[in-house]
Design a protein around this ligand. Structure first.
Ligand code: HEC
Ligand code: HEC
Length: 272
């Protein structure tokens, strides 16, 4: 009991979830077998809430966007363990016996579980989404006017100064793609930080931070050349936590951004 209330205090998000939930106690008290009911929590907002719960409780094993992590498998390429929503509900609620898959927190409501189920479905959704732009024009912009391929690889072709986008449509929703293009500085993971090193002779080397530990660091400059430095052997160094990617705002028209997004969204692994 005290553990639970402590947990609730340190987990404001979950508290918010509980508040949003209608009569959580009643829902919670239902026998597990009734989980075979249809999922009614399938709206866009439900998927969003499911995503939040997922990032809090599942992301450490399955990756923030469900694409797989060290401890848990990729959940975006079709799910082998369940073919129905009710089956998924069961797995999310109870976990998978004798595996590391522990399932959702005991105190989560059934409603939250259904929202997570909807989120998992959205990761595997191949149904047509209404995409405003033209993927064909977007593909031309990507290698042409947009100059995106100077930093990004798609199917083995392009630069290495940004993430490989061959399957970006599997891991990003449309609105996330739009904000990746318009506001690259939001949400830059440490993998894409920059290091700026001033050497003893005063010259500066700057590039993506490939590796860093207590004594040394490695970076890749804009020509994709790798540099290694020992920290004691340089005058100074800074980490730059903004993105090296330029925003498309003011560079591309809204129509061109739509086209690029349509192209990126089409980059996904085909279901087998
Ligand atoms: C401690 C790590 C861990 C956590 C936390 C975790 N999982 Fe898992 N999950 C796994 C592992 C490992 C498997 C593979 C189990 C097996 O061997 O079948 C798995 C399997 C699954 C599967 C079945 C995949 C398939 O192909 O059918 C689903 C669905 C799933 N997890 C969803 C979730 C959700 C949703 C959460 C959060 C509520 C979660 N997991 C939390 C480790 C974890
Ligand atoms: C100078 C190199 C550079 C250029 C040019 C560039 N990007 Fe990026 N891009 C990056 C880096 C680095 C990141 C990762 C950091 C971040 O999130 O901004 C990134 C992130 C992204 C992401 C998010 C990827 C993900 O996994 O979430 C998308 C989508 C993207 N870029 C698309 C584009 C498109 C489309 C263009 C052309 C209009 C472009 N980029 C031009 C370097 C670049």
């Amino acid at each position: 009991m005290s553990m639970r209330s402590l947990w609730a205090t340190v987990t404001p998000m979950l508290v918010a979830l509980l508040v949003l939930t209608t009569a959580p106690a009643a829902v919670h008290a239902q026998p597990r077998e009734e989980a075979t009911a249809d999922n009614v929590f399938t709206g866009t907002l439900d998927v969003r809430m499911g995503q939040r719960v997922f990032r809090q409780q599942c992301g450490r094993c399955h990756g923030r966007d469900g694409a797989g992590g060290e401890l848990g498998p990729d959940l975006t390429q079709g799910l082998s363990s369940a073919s129905t929503d009710a089956g998924l509900f069961q797995i999310v609620r109870e976990g998978i016996p004798n595996t590391q898959m522990i399932g959702i927190s005991r105190r989560s409501t059934d409603q939250s579980v259904w929202m997570v189920v909807s989120y998992l479905n959205s990761l595997n959704d191949t149904a047509d989404v209404d995409v405003p732009g033209s993927a064909t024009s977007g593909q031309q912009l990507f290698a042409g006017k947009g100059n995106c391929n100077s930093c990004h690889m798609v199917n083995g072709d392009g630069g290495r100064r940004g993430p490989d986008l061959s399957r970006v449509g599997n891991r990003r929703e449309l609105d996330e793609l739009v904000s990746a293009l318009r506001s690259p500085d939001e949400d830059v993971t440490p993998r894409w930080w920059t290091l700026r090193v001033t050497r003893e002779n005063g010259s500066v080397v700057e590039g993506l931070r490939m590796n860093e530990d207590t004594f040394s660091m490695r970076l890749m400059d804009e020509n994709e050349d790798l540099w290694s430095f020992s920290k004691s052997g340089v005058r100074s160094y800074d980490r730059v936590k903004t993105s090296t990617m330029p925003s498309v705002d003011g560079v591309l028209t809204d129509g061109e951004v739509d086209d690029l997004v349509a192209y990126l969204y089409s980059l996904r692994r085909e279901e087998s």
